[in-house]
Ligand binder design. Structure first.
Ligand SMILES: Nc1ncnc2c1ncn2[C@@H]1O[C@H](COP(=O)(O)OP(=O)(O)OP(=O)(O)O)[C@@H](O)[C@H]1O
Ligand SMILES: [Mg+2]
Length: 463
């Protein structure tokens, strides 16, 4: 069934919005519409947050607000809504400004029926183009083993273009490097690539490199023969063999030691492995996907990462932007997590107050999508009468400011400073610090063990 097109008219003159509504509704084409009207921007934003608006007719001269400011705000926060500016004043400057700030068209009062309809059709056509792209991604995602583990939710153009890249690369056997801050969805993307490739019936295995010593790396990935070392009581297959026909996801590749990097490079170049204790190379058939939140270029300069391996891994690179740089994803993710998490908790029909979207869009999410997901889960537990309210998301202005400061420290390059800061502000309670950083306690402890001096490590309360 084709959904109606949702139209919002924001004009403080009721007569104008009624007239537009009448024109739109008297159009005999097969475009179905539902009209919403707002006299103030506040009401308009509430309607936008609660409904999936397609097109907005926006008055330039509102009583207390400037239509251009509202146009800019809508375009930055809801980029897939098409906007038609309306004005009582004929001005070339206004037309130029409107288009510059992203409006699809500009119409003058008094209106002419044909102009309203032709502008509206133009907007719908453009919107359809955008939706078609989204729909394609959805179909593609539906074709995969679509569990919640492989569902990518997005509303931003940035993610849309990433999904396109994924569709293309998934069909090939190319090695993929996924970059992005912690919690941006790197592992999720790796799964999606696997389940949309011809390898989908093979296994997908994820390994966190940073938790492996050199010898474990070798025995876990390449396996060993019986008697290869004292504890090798029997032959063991490594993941490169176990994942035959499937995909191996090596997470935190930036943490791999130089010794293990050399071994991995050999596997990639020759497509064979040699189990520990053996001299016989074994042919492998595994797709490799790697991920990191570290600055590999910087690691190379410090001679901690090999240039040749770097080039092998980054044949196809996907960089996931932090959530604060794709805020259009926030409302749709909140809705998605509310739906999936409340279902798991057996709580039905959870309502979401519209101002939550505005408040959370201000928050910079140092822990990215994972942090948002955790926040929603906590809010669902706390909420009363099945209604999520702002107070269930206890982030204050101070937190927003201090988080921004944290981000300025730059997660990738200054892990140590960031961890110290998080520990200091949580009285050295590991679990709390991990939460603040948006990572799992184990991931924090691994980093602490690697980066911190002994004296500091001792102060940390790990339980
Ligand atoms: N676009 C998205 N849609 C739905 N869920 C998402 C999305 N992005 C991330 N998630 C969810 O957020 C959580 C964190 O994602 P994931 O583990 O893939 O991040 P990551 O980048 O691998 O993090 P880390 O660097 O800490 O390992 C997961 O539960 C994942 O399913
Ligand atoms: Mg991960």
């Amino acid at each position: 069934m084709v959904r109606e097109n949702y139209v919002l008219i924001l004009d403080d003159d009721r007569k104008i919005s009624d007239a537009i509504q009448t024109y739109l509704e008297s159009d005999k084409s097969d475009v179905k519409i539902k009209v919403f009207k707002a006299e103030t921007p506040a009401i308009a934003f509430q309607i936008m947050n609660e409904n999936n608006i397609d097109v907005i007719f926006l008055d330039i001269y509102l009583k207390e607000d400037n239509g251009f400011d509202i146009l800019k705000k809508i375009k930055s926060d809801y980029e897939n809504i098409e906007i038609i500016m309306i004005s009582g004043i004929k001005s070339v400057g206004n037309i130029v400004e409107s288009i510059k700030f992203g409006a699809i068209d500009y119409i003058e009062k008094p209106f002419d029926y044909t102009k309203i309809i032709s502008s509206f059709e133009k907007a719908i056509l453009n919107k359809k183009k955008f939706d078609r792209i989204n729909m394609k991604s959805k179909v593609f995602l539906d074709e995969m083993k679509n569990t919640s583990e492989t569902e990518i939710i997005f509303g931003s153009k940035k993610m849309e273009s990433i999904i396109h890249d994924i569709q293309k690369v998934a069909q090939q056997n190319t090695i993929v490097l996924i970059r992005g801050e912690s919690g941006t969805g790197k592992e999720l993307i790796a799964r999606v690539i696997h389940y949309s490739s011809f390898r989908k019936n093979g296994i997908f295995h994820s390994l966190n490199i940073s938790s492996l010593s050199d010898s474990l790396f070798e025995s876990e990935l390449f396996g060993y023969t019986k008697g290869a070392f004292t504890d090798a009581k029997k032959h063991k297959q490594g993941w490169f063999k176990k994942a035959h026909g499937g995909t191996l996801f090596l997470d935190e590749i930036g943490d791999l030691s130089l010794e293990s990097q050399k071994k991995l490079l050999r596997v990639i170049s020759e497509n064979t492995i040699i189990p520990v204790g053996s001299t016989e190379p074994i042919k492998i058939d595994v797709r490799l996907i790697t991920a990191t939140n570290r600055d590999l270029e910087k690691l190379m300069k410090l001679e901690k990462f090999r240039l040749d391996l770097y080039h092998r891994l980054k044949v196809f690179e996907i960089t996931l932007p932090p959530l604060r740089d794709r805020k259009e994803d926030i409302p749709i993710l909140i809705k998605h997590f509310t739906k999936t998490i409340s279902k798991k908790m057996n709580k039905k029909n959870i309502q979401i107050d519209a101002d939550i979207y505005t408040k959370l869009k201000e928050y910079p999410f140092p822990g990215n999508v994972r942090e948002l997901k955790n926040m929603v889960e906590k809010a669902i537990i706390l909420c009363e009468n099945n209604r999520l309210k702002c107070k269930d998301f206890p982030i204050s202005k101070i937190e927003i400011a201090s988080c921004e400061e944290c981000i300025n420290l730059n997660l990738k390059d200054n892990e140590k400073e960031l961890i110290e800061k998080a520990l200091n502000s949580t009285n050295h309670v590991g679990v709390k610090a991990a939460k603040l950083l948006g990572i799992l306690p184990d991931a924090l402890y691994r980093r602490i063990d690697k980066l911190m001096p002994k004296k500091k490590k001792k102060r940390i309360k790990r339980k």
